[in-house]
Design a protein around this ligand. Structure first.
Ligand SMILES: NC(=O)N[C@@H](CC(=O)O)C(=O)O
Ligand SMILES: [Zn+2]
Length: 451
């Protein structure tokens, strides 16, 4: 991950503040910020178009599907999707085939990410062997490997046995790593496909109760308290989870949490059509949950946004709702959903977006080169956003190998114009593209084509 570049970014507003400035980057590091800067020697110039400059985004929850399901996503296609979404680091979940429960696999994924070089790919290690929930995986070996695994999760499955979870938390503390829990009591979700509420009842879908999530959140908060360990809650989806985290924080328990863009925007009213694209774990909840999740993200009870980018093949999503695989794409649409649900309603300003999409996720996992301030001497991991632009989502044109976006044909606000990883441009479109601008009507009125 040592490849660096030099670039001059012109006409951008760091954190959306003040008049546009230029940002000079030499060998991956910001060397100057000011008006009318000369391009560093040998550096390309990209035109920021007066857009907002933020630290590159960090995703704590991405499914890259390699090894095992390269027909739906690869480290390469997922890295491209991440770069186009404004991300400079992603954490690739362990529910691959074979499962990433040993250092040879986590190191392999890490090496692939490094060779591709579009985003820092940090493999997540499994907590238990084969995600089976019975025997702890060699967490220490993974943490000590080339990938230096920082985050562990059986995501897709919950570490259900409290004795195993207790031991895993104790180990994680000793290793200085973090466990991300997919909070779902599997005994309460047998056959469940939709939020357990009036909509599921009316549609004849088996319900997934809020208690399936909240009981594990409460339990793990207590286990973390007793172990003196930190714990992270993946894809928080209910108002009750928010209250439990608030309570635990008040007790001094070190608990952090993420929310997905889809749980901020969508609710179970989407299920009326029985379209499998809307099936996801945890399920889309109700309006009251959405409101609580947005407020919690605004006030910091929920730390960050994580995509839970979950690519699936078309034939796995088009079937009858209960048969469809759970999961939605997220990397390329996350920023726009955050603009729609948080920035437009005035819940977050651009500094707040930097906090929930860059700074907090980097801090939670202890990345010291991501989520850094935009300042001289800092690593140039950056994203440029057109805050006033909009684009129309088309699954077909996304960089992801899959097309299972719940936002198909929706016009979304906020357009990622370019992403810079250690001074190298990893994605650029429209005015920010290095070559001449190409307007592609498929991308809508304001969003230019990716270069
Ligand atoms: N979220 C999902 O619905 N699916 C994820 C697993 C997960 O994050 O639980 C997947 O791997 O497809
Ligand atoms: Zn999950």
């Amino acid at each position: 991950m040592s490849v660096t570049g030099s670039v001059l970014i012109t006409n951008v507003r760091p954190y959306g503040d003040g008049d546009p400035v230029d940002v000079a980057v030499v060998d991956g590091e910001i060397t100057a910020i000011g008006a009318g800067l000369p391009a560093p020697e040998g550096a390309d110039t990209i035109d920021g178009g007066g857009g907002v400059l933020l630290p590159g985004f960090v995703d704590l929850h991405t499914h890259l599907r390699q090894p095992g399901r390269e027909d739906t996503e690869t480290v390469e296609s997922g890295s491209r999707a991440a770069a186009r979404g404004g991300y400079t680091a992603v954490f690739a979940m362990a529910n691959t085939d074979p499962v990433a429960d040993n250092a040879s696999i986590t190191d392999h994924v890490w090496r692939l990410g490094r060779e591709i070089g579009l985003v820092d790919v940090h493999p997540v290690g499994a907590v238990t062997v084969g995600l089976a929930g019975e025997q702890l995986a060699e967490m220490g070996m993974m943490a000590d490997g080339d990938a230096a695994v920082k985050l562990f999760s059986d995501d897709g499955k919950c570490v259900h046995d409290p004795v195993i979870m207790k031991r895993a938390l104790e180990y994680s503390k000793g290793l200085g790593v973090l466990i991300s829990q997919h909070s779902e009591d599997p005994r309460l979700t047998v056959g469940a496909v939709a939020h357990d509420g009036p909509t599921a009842a009316r549609l004849g879908l088996t319900g997934w109760p809020r208690a399936a999530e909240e009981s594990i959140v409460a339990r793990d908060a207590l286990l973390a308290r007793d172990a003196g360990a930190r714990v992270h809650i993946a894809h928080a989806s209910t108002a009750g989870t928010v209250e439990l985290i608030r309570w635990a924080r008040g007790q001094g328990i070190e608990i952090t949490a993420e929310v997905t863009p889809h749980h901020l925007l969508l609710d179970d009213s989407r299920l009326e059509t029985y379209d499998g694209v809307n099936r996801v774990n945890p399920p889309l909840r109700e309006e009251t949950d959405k409101t609580a999740l947005r407020a919690a993200l605004a006030d910091g009870i929920i730390d960050c946004v994580a995509t839970d980018h979950a690519p699936h093949a078309a034939q796995e999503k088009c079937c009858e709702f209960s048969q469809a695989r759970p999961g939605m794409l997220g990397l390329e649409t996350a920023l726009s959903i955050v603009v729609e649900t948080m920035v437009r309603p005035g819940l977050l300003d651009w500094r707040g977006v930097a906090r929930v999409m860059s700074e907090r996720p980097a801090q939670i996992v202890g990345l010291d080169d991501q989520g850094r301030p935009i300042a001289v001497g800092e690593p140039a991991n950056l994203t440029i956003i057109d805050p006033d632009g909009s684009w129309e989502v088309r699954g077909q044109t996304l960089a992801s190998k899959s097309g299972n976006t719940p936002y198909e044909s929706m016009r979304l606000p906020g357009v990622v114009q370019a992403t810079v990883l250690r001074g190298r441009v990893t994605a650029a479109r429209g005015p920010a593209a290095l070559d001449d601008t190409v307007f592609d009507p498929a991308f809508g009125e304001t969003a230019g084509e990716w270069r």
